[in-house]
Design a protein. Sequence first.
Length: 141
Amino acid sequence: MATLAHALQLIGSWIAPLIIFLIQRQSRFVSFHALQALLLQIVHTIIVIILMVLWFATILTTVAHQTGGRPTELPIALFLLMPVAWLGFMALWVGTLIIAILYAIKAGRGEWADYPLIGKLARKMLKMEPMEGRFAPTPQM
């Protein structure tokens, strides 16, 4: 289920990790990984909103500049900010893809792997201590 929380965020955005987080509350391992995937998707959504605001602000200022009664010239903001916003979208998508696949593999191996920055927040939210070892403790028989 921890592997699914990471992998399904690519298809189900924040909904898939949220469902797994709520269903598998008894497993601290699954809860930890599902919460990390959920927090990553929240950060992803915030960054997308910021990039969309930049995108629309660029379009609106370009339109306002063109309707100002001046001779039409090519606005410099269109050539500078639009590619930056597009590259931001692509970098965000590729970064999320790589992180989801990498941590899905780690969760499948049984590792308590922390996302950069988000892992500490997830541990704090779940009131968990940092793990000394890399792998989940094995049950004693």
